[in-house]
Design a protein around this ligand. Sequence first.
Ligand SMILES: [Mn+2]
Length: 266
Amino acid sequence: MITSPSGAASGTLPPFQFLAAPAEWDRIDFISDLHLDSTRPRTFQVWADFVRQTPAQALFILGDLFEAWIGDDVAAQPGFAADALSILREAAQTRWLGFMAGNRDFLFGSNQSDFCGIHFLNDPTVISAFGQRIMLSHGDLLCLGDVEYLRFRSLVRNPEWQSNFLAKPLQQRCAIAAAMRDASREHQRMPESWADVDTQTALEWLTHVQCSALVHGHTHRPGSEEMAPGIWRYVLTDWELDGSGPLRAQVLSLQREGFVRLDLPA
Ligand SMILES: [Mn+2]
């Protein structure tokens, strides 16, 4: 993977990271919003099997892999987090593995610069692959209607807030994370009422970096849409294989012929 330094922010544009897929790649997979935790063993298992078995040369995880991540030290003791980490570590040895932070797991890897060979991605990142330029984002940064959340986001993405939080004892961090989740539970219950990506801003970013596609998650409203002539957005699904609602576990795969959605067997 050829990497160039982040572009500087100009005006309201965020800094972009640029990647170029090596010529020998022919498949890149994208997933997000798995919200893995110890209470959802079937989702975890299907994810683990997928990560081990996908023939893709690269896997991009675009945020909210974990329901919550309160510090890398949780993986120091045996349990769910340690198991997840060992699967990621194993995967990073056989394929290019990229991780972009979501609103639930933005502290993942924050204590370590080289975390099991995972490549940490800027949000947004641009990848050139198979003759296309594609912008990747978790999506929360573009949901401009979610004013209250964006204020919260800029607080918790502040390095000083993060180092203060990470310095607290594990039990206290658990309690804070639980309180945060409770506060957003009502919000979470009705995904159809969540803010969506602001089309005009997304198009401005896409035009600036000359991309013809946007891939994002976060909204839990999967779909493919032509935002403007020749410019498409692909919204990833969240994963749910343990709950009572409709079961879903889908991978968006970019191959030489274009994007395809692959439903994993539940
Ligand atoms: Mn999210």
